[in-house]
Ligand binder design. Structure first.
Ligand SMILES: [Zn+2]
Length: 325
């Protein structure tokens, strides 16, 4: 079976937290070996840590997301405390297996409500910390790629890697970010780009920098409904899809998921749909993309302190084999 690595998701999200053990099991049956679970605020860091202790397949990531520290605009939780950075550092001291994320900058409809210079300052502190600790960092960027590039240039390069998660930036910026140590991670959001634009951008990403992710419970791929996994009890689903926690074996519908309500939850097993789509855009086989994206993620997450024995094996394997391509 193909091995997959979900390089960015939020299995601690309150919308799915009670179902996480089952979601992990189903995704594992679909081939997912590791999940990089990204905390977004001081409130959910303890949940992420706990999840990584219960599930060896979970790699914990701690960071302050740009939406999650302004009380007036927050999506999930309250504003950051004056001690947030000290607390974050304590999390890394106590959890050497953790990476940095989710952090970032956002000038989209959500991010615009939050002072941008403050966003940049909070991101700067966390990128500097990632560099100092020699850990990869998972970065969210919406309509602010120029600002992000400038900031990364002023701090970088990042030998431990920076994951540009759900990357939707331009093809032209790919080489500039790559020089600084960036990896490009693709989710169901890629399906919102025009196919020719997505292809042009994907072709610029070197094969040793491609990652796949779900960003679950967000970013439901706009794939055929019959090929998707849904989350049991998701009230935004139409009645007839309520039982579809695994894709049915016979195809009955020709509709794609863009007909579903925007808030329909994404299941981590839907990384298989992301794999299909990105492979088709690149014109390579699913098996080839699964293999190279898995090896890229395994290499990226094989930093000092990370425990899972399989990752250590991969690291030894890669160091004897050398880099892909
Ligand atoms: Zn995310």
């Amino acid at each position: 079976m193909m091995k997959l690595f979900d390089a960015h998701c939020h299995l601690q999200d309150p919308r799915i937290l009670s179902k996480t053990p089952q979601l992990i099991k189903t995704a594992q049956e679909a081939g997912v070996v590791f999940f990089a679970v990204n905390g977004v605020s001081e409130q959910d860091w303890p949940l992420v840590r706990e999840m990584s202790e219960t599930h060896p397949s979970v790699i914990p990531c701690f960071g302050l997301h740009p939406w999650n520290w302004d009380l007036s605009t927050c999506r999930f939780v309250a504003e950051r405390s004056p001690n947030w950075f000290k607390t974050l550092k304590q999390y890394f001291d106590a959890t050497p297996s953790a990476a940095v994320g989710e952090i970032g900058v956002d000038k989209g409809s959500q991010g615009r409500k939050i002072d941008f210079s403050e966003q940049v300052e909070v991101l700067r502190q966390q990128l500097e910390l990632a560099k100092e600790l020699n850990k990869p960092a998972s970065v969210h960027c919406v309509r602010a790629f120029g600002d992000l590039l400038q900031l990364m240039k002023s701090i970088g390069p990042f030998p431990a890697g920076v994951i540009l998660h759900s990357y939707l930036g331009s093809a032209e910026m790919v080489p500039e970010f790559s020089k600084l140590g960036a990896y490009f991670s693709f989710s169901g959001f890629l399906m919102s780009l025009k196919a020719n634009k997505a292809k042009k951008m994907l072709k610029m990403v070197s094969s040793d920098r491609i990652l796949l992710e779900t960003d679950a419970p967000d970013a439901l791929p706009k794939s055929n409904i019959d090929s998707l996994f849904f989350i049991d009890g998701d009230t935004s689903l139409p009645e007839d899809l309520h039982g579809q926690t695994t894709p049915p074996s016979t195809s009955g519908s020709s509709l794609d998921a863009s007909v579903l309500p925007k808030e329909t939850l994404n299941h981590p097993a839907n990384i298989c749909s992301v794999l299909d789509y990105v492979a088709s855009m690149l014109g390579i086989s699913k098996e080839e993309l699964a293999e190279l994206s898995y090896q890229n993620a395994a290499r990226l997450f094989s930093y000092e302190g990370l425990g899972p024995p399989m990752l250590i094996c991969e690291k030894v394997f890669l160091s004897t084999k050398g880099r892909l391509n």
